[in-house]
Design a protein around this ligand. Structure first.
Ligand code: NDP
Length: 312
C-alpha cells in the first residue's frame, strides 16, 4: 500500500477542517486535508448564509466553503478528494487509511468530520430540501418571516428552534410523536409560554406537501388514526444530529451520543496529538462560525504539540 508521512492530517472538509488548514499552513505544518464524502460539509445543503460575519449581504453556503477552501489552498494546504476510511491511533505517529488504498502516517490528526442532521427519510422531504425543508432554524428561519412553519421533534433543539422561529414567524407548529416532550423543563416552559406555538401531540409526518414554489403543507397521522393536513411554508427537522465519529471512537473518548470529548476550551482529545474540531465535537452550537473557530483552535493546538515534540 502506498505510504506517506505528514505532520498534520486533517479529516473533513467543512468550515472546521478548512479553517484548521488555513492556520496550520500559515504555521508551517504543511497540512494535508481529506475532504470526505461531502466536500464543504453541511453548508453545501443550505442556500443563503446571512449570519457568517464578514458578508454584509450574506453569502451562498457553497460559495462560502469554496472560498474557505481556496484560501487554504492559496496558503499552501494540500486539499485532496478522498475519505479517511481507517484509523489506528494506538501509537504515534498515527496510521490512517484513505479510501482503503493509501496509508498516511501522521504526527498529528485533526478530526473535523462533522455531523449530519437526522431526517425522517420521506421521499417528499428529500424532494423539498432547500425549498422549505430545513434542519437548521438559525440558518433558514429568517426566510419565513411572518409565515407559518412546522418543527418536528420534542427535544431541547426542537424547543429552542420553535421558540426562535416563533419570534420571526406568525405561527409555529411543533410535531411531536409522543404525548410528552423530551426537552428539559426550562425549555418546555419556554414553549408553553410562547403563544404562537401550537404543539400537535402524538403525530407523525406522513408526507411533506408542496408545489413548484416549495413546501405548502404537511400531512400528519395522529396515534388515534386520524389523518389531517396543516398548511405550512417551512418544515424544520429537529430530531437530532449524528456525529461522524465512528471511525475514531475506539481511540478517542466520546459522549453517549458519539460526540468527541475535548479537554476544556481546547481541541485536545484524550489521545495526545489528536484534536477534534467542529460539529463532531459540538452538540450545542453547530454554527459555521463556531466550527471555524474550533478549527483554528485545533491547528494552534497541533502546532503547540508539534513544537513540544521537536517535530517542527
Ligand atoms: P434529542 O435526541 O434530545 O431529541 C430528539 C427529539 O426528536 C426527541 O423528541 C425525539 O422523540 C424526536 N425524534 C427522534 N426521531 C424522530 C422521528 N423519526 N420522528 C419524530 N420525532 C423524532 O436531540 P436534540 O437535538 O434535541 O438534543 C441533543 C442534545 O443536545 C441533548 O442532550 C439536548 O439536551 C442537548 N441540547 C441542549 C440545549 C440547551 O441546553 N440549550 C439546546 C439543544 C440541545 P422521542 O422523545 O419520542 O424520542
Amino acid at each position: 500500500m502506498e505510504k506517506e508521512h505528514v505532520k498534520c492530517l486533517i479529516a473533513g472538509g467543512g468550515p472546521a477542517g478548512y479553517t484548521a488548514a488555513i492556520y496550520a499552513s500559515r504555521s508551517g505544518l504543511a497540512p494535508v486535508l481529506y475532504e470526505g464524502m461531502q466536500p464543504g460539509g453541511q453548508l453545501t445543503t443550505t442556500t443563503e448564509v446571512e449570519n457568517y460575519p464578514g458578508f454584509e449581504n450574506g453569502i451562498d453556503g457553497r460559495a462560502l466553503v469554496d472560498t474557505m477552501k481556496a484560501q487554504a489552498v492559496r496558503l499552501g494546504a494540500d486539499i485532496r478528494t478522498g475519505t479517511v476510511s481507517g484509523a489506528d491511533l494506538s501509537s504515534r505517529p498515527f496510521r490512517l487509511t484513505v479510501d482503503g488504498e493509501k496509508e498516511i502516517v501522521a504526527e498529528t490528526l485533526v478530526i473535523a468530520t462533522g455531523a449530519n442532521a437526522k431526517y425522517l427519510g420521506l421521499p417528499s422531504e428529500e424532494k423539498f430540501k432547500g425549498m422549505g425543508v430545513s434542519a437548521c432554524a438559525t440558518c433558514d428561519g429568517f426566510f419565513y418571516r411572518k409565515k407559518t412553519v412546522a418543527v418536528v421533534g420534542g427535544g431541547d433543539t426542537a424547543c429552542e428552534e420553535a421558540t426562535y422561529l416563533a419570534s420571526i414567524c406568525s405561527k409555529v407548529y411543533m410535531i411531536v410523536r409522543r404525548d410528552v416532550l423530551r426537552a428539559s423543563s426550562a425549555m418546555q416552559d419556554r414553549v408553553r409560554n410562547t403563544p404562537n406555538i401550537e404543539i400537535l401531540w402524538n403525530c407523525s409526518t406522513q408526507e411533506v406537501l408542496g408545489d413548484a414554489s416549495g413546501v405548502t403543507g404537511v400531512r400528519l397521522l395522529r396515534k388515534d388514526g386520524e389523518v389531517f393536513e396543516i398548511g405550512v411554508d417551512g418544515f424544520f427537522l429537529a430530531i437530532g444530529h449524528h456525529p461522524n465519529s465512528e471511525l475514531f471512537s475506539k481511540w478517542v473518548n466520546v459522549n453517549p451520543d458519539g460526540y468527541i470529548l475535548t479537554d476544556g476550551v481546547s481541541s485536545r482529545t484524550n489521545v495526545e496529538g489528536v484534536f477534534a474540531a467542529g460539529d463532531v465535537q459540538d452538540p450545542y452550537y453547530r454554527q459555521a462560525i463556531t466550527a471555524a473557530a474550533s478549527g483554528c483552535r485545533a491547528a494552534l493546538d497541533a502546532e503547540k504539540f508539534l513544537i513540544s515534540q521537536n517535530l517542527i
